[in-house]
Design a protein around this ligand. Structure first.
Ligand code: DGJ
Length: 541
């Protein structure tokens, strides 16, 4: 009897269920990242580039905490794990995983290898200085580029060996807890200043037949690269070459421990299709070569944009390009200026699996003008306020996104109104710069101006369908006004019940109060980030 309790405990411990490995699942063109067997929304924060050392971590965790992030996105560099060829050091990975667990966050690990912002700066010295073994590509004018060529097995095999060692290490220390949930092999691949490698070796491959898989994808007859792809041939060739190279590395990693993988893109201007490759990172997974990547890289689960475009039109256009039936939307990076925070709403509205703005630590660094002028808590707050709203939904929202329907809009730069088509029965209008009561026309000359701080766009609304007539609504600095859709046009519209509340740790809705009267007569006004459950109804006229 005396031994029974400890024995039972030991048995229970032994029987603890194995947590399934994270996976990206797809259902009818909708996606979810499964973590511990259930959908998980990445509310991420990416650390600055040089925060990947144990000594820097103490300045990372407080920012991640203020951000209310559930995931830290952190680089691990080839130069740091294999400074001497064949000798590996994973002490940073050990510290990172241990401290992530202590801080109760998950990790996405970025492999800075052959490519980091297209260059080899993170390869070890024995790689970046040895052009013979690890050749750089040749520019069109015959000069040597700064970037490594994707056409050499020597380079690929050396990178792959280090990457696979990293994955073996992660598997060894993390397959019980699954702290690491996703991997990004390489960072912003491609090349500036050229469309492709113009070496004799590259020219010879260009003159050979285009691979079958690519012909099939584009439904093209056989031929060499110029014959098949004409003016796109150079860029498509480089994209194919890099995608195949990275896929080969990702496949080797997955054979060891099959975590989801993604590649991030330094963007091509989504509003300027004429922009020439090389003025943007040619060969990277820009929107115009997503199909090339899909054909070349089956071991890459998704392609993800790095969003530093300040205009809302451009930001939204890029989101549209990457949210596809064959590509889950993940904002791999976004600027950390306050105005970027609101784009979480339009990311969620496109069934995004996560949002990961860049530059979140307190190491005192700021990448303005791409990101914020600030590097302390003021920089974090606009994002932290919205993550505070969504963090309790980290399991609820992605389940609805996978299984039901979601919508989301962010405030446009010109503050114009948006309409949500919620199906035949209902719709909603979202407006910005509104006071919490009444209508703008009551103050026709706008004598009282707009609410303080509203000149800088910061608002947005995300809506998820709970049942035919019931919606979950999260918003900030916006007004949402529901109405009858075309199927209910002949009927009277009623905002039947508006509950403010939150979700508890088990994912159960906790009712706080009913909003009615002044609080709902002029739409639901989000002066602060808030969460509602809204029930809509009609009456016969
Ligand atoms: C995009 C890169 O992927 C990041 O690592 C970083 O260099 C930013 N650009 C700029 O801060």
């Amino acid at each position: 009897m005396v031994l029974a309790a400890p024995m039972a405990q030991a048995a229970a411990k032994k029987a603890a269920p194995v947590k399934p490995i994270p996976a990206l699942v797809q259902k009818d063109g909708k996606f979810a990242l499964m973590v511990d067997g259930a959908p998980f929304l990445i509310l991420g924060g990416q650390a600055n580039n040089s925060s990947n050392y144990p000594a820097a971590l103490k300045d990372v965790w407080p920012a991640i905490k203020d951000l209310n992030a559930n995931t830290l996105v952190m680089p691990v560099a080839w130069e740091q794990v294999e400074p001497v060829e064949g000798t590996f050091d994973f002490s940073f990975v050990d510290a990172l995983i241990k401290e992530a667990r202590q801080n109760n966050v998950r990790l996405v690990i970025l492999w800075f290898g052959t490519w980091k912002n297209t260059g080899p700066s993170y390869t070890p010295s024995w790689v970046k200085g040895d052009n013979k073994r690890f050749p750089r590509l040749t520019n069109k004018d015959g000069t040597l580029s700064y970037a490594l060529s994707p056409l050499y097995e020597t380079t690929r095999e050396a990178d792959k060996r280090a990457y696979v060692k990293l994955i073996e290490h992660i598997k060894a220390i993390d397959s019980g807890q699954r702290t690491v949930i996703m991997l990004q092999p390489q960072n912003e691949v491609g090349v500036y200043g050229a469309a492709r490698d113009h070496s004799a070796k590259a020219n010879a491959i260009m003159a050979q037949p285009v691979p079958e898989a690519l012909l099939r994808k584009f439904n093209k007859p056989a031929g060499n690269w110029n014959e098949v792809f004409g003016k796109d041939a150079d860029e498509f060739f480089h994209a194919w070459s890099i995608a195949s190279y990275v896929d080969n590395i990702a496949a080797a990693g997955k054979a060891v421990y099959p975590l989801p993988t993604y590649m991030n893109a330094a963007l091509k201007d989504p509003l300027n299709p004429e922009q020439a490759p090389g003025s943007y990172a040619s060969g990277g997974p820009t929107y115009n070569v997503i199909d090339v990547y899909k054909a070349a890289a089956p071991h890459i689960d998704l392609l993800a944009p790095d969003l530093y475009s300040p205009g809302s039109q451009s930001y939204e256009a890029t989101l549209n390009f990457y949210a596809r039936k064959d590509n889950a939307l993940f904002v791999a990076e976004s600027g950390n200026r306050p105005t970027y925070a609101r784009f979480i709403f339009s990311t969620l509205g496109r069934q995004g699996i996560g949002f990961d703005p860049f530059g979140f630590d307190y190491t005192g660094y700021s990448n303005f003008p791409l990101g914020s002028t600030q590097s302390g808590p003021e920089m974090v707050k606009p994002f932290g306020d919205l993550y505070e709203l969504f963090r309790p939904l980290e399991r609820v929202w992605p389940k609805l996104s996978l299984e039901s329907q979601v919508w989301g809009v962010s405030e446009p730069d010109d503050h114009s109104a948006q309409t949500l088509d919620l199906g035949p029965n209902w719709n909603a209008k979202v407006t910005y710069r509104q006071w919490q009561f009444g209508m703008p026309e009551w103050d026709p000359e706008n004598k009282n101006g707009y609410p303080e701080g509203s000149e800088i766009p910061s608002g947005g609304v995300a809506v998820a369908k709970l049942s035919d007539n019931e919606f979950l609504v999260a918003g900030y600095h916006a007004r949402i006004s529901f109405g009858a859709g075309s199927a209910n046009a002949a009927k009277g519209f009623i905002l039947d019940r508006v509950e403010e509340g939150h979700y508890d740790a088990k994912g159960n809705w906790v009712f706080e109060r009913v909003w009615n009267g002044d609080q709902t007569d002029y739409g639901l006004n989000f002066a602060q980030p808030r969460l509602f459950k809204v029930r809509l109804a009609t009456f016969e006229k």
